[in-house]
Design a binder for this molecule. Structure first.
Ligand code: AMP
Length: 172
């Protein structure tokens, strides 16, 4: 099954910069059967768990996160880059290859002890997701799982997320 889905993902060398092999999911998204299969596979992982909110990161995380929230009957909470959310936010800084960036979430988005699922399209080094986890911990959410469509295993992002259940559908 995962080999079938992998056929819909194209790898673009040296994007957005030299040395990065970019996994382009736009080719999967435009194929109705593949997109459905991808979302259904992600939903299956958490089948039977009662999730209050799906938390996702802009922008490709939103595509899968919103579809999953709908499918699981959960609410959707966006995590965004600095300055995009209109109400009072909490934030966390995280390091990039060069410099740092900031992620924000609305302060009142999640009540303490809410059961959440965190979703993104791809796990690389795990830097982005560990920042999202910090935001979720700040509001005392209960993280039921962290799910990615794609995991780049060589980059060992999973190690940065130790202690949390991490799932991925397509491993490279
Ligand atoms: P990281 O923080 O290194 O785990 O990077 C994860 C974020 O960067 C995800 O939101 C991905 O969408 C994006 N990303 C990192 N590497 C790639 C890649 N090779 N192809 C596509 N997206 C990537």
């Amino acid at each position: 099954m995962s080999e079938q889905l992998k056929k819909h993902i194209r790898s673009i060398p040296d994007f957005p910069k030299e040395g990065i092999l970019f996994k382009d999911i736009s080719t999967l998204l435009k194929n109705k059967a593949a997109f459905k299969k991808a979302v259904d596979s992600m939903a299956k992982v958490v089948k039977g768990k009662k999730i209050d909110y799906v938390l996702s990161i802009e922008s490709r995380g939103f595509i899968f996160g919103a579809a999953l929230a709908y499918k699981l009957g959960a609410g959707f909470v966006p995590v965004r880059k600095k300055g995009k959310l209109p109400a009072e936010t909490i934030s966390v800084n995280y390091s990039l290859e060069y410099g740092t960036d900031t992620l924000e979430m609305h302060k009142d988005a999640i009540k303490p002890n809410s059961k959440i699922l965190i979703v993104d399209d791809l796990l690389a080094t795990g830097g982005t997701m560990s920042a999202v986890v910090q935001l979720a911990e700040k509001v005392q959410a209960k993280i039921f799982g962290i799910i990615f469509l794609i995991e780049l295993c060589d980059l060992k992002g999973r190690e940065k997320l130790k202690g949390y259940p991490v799932y991925s559908i397509l491993k490279y």
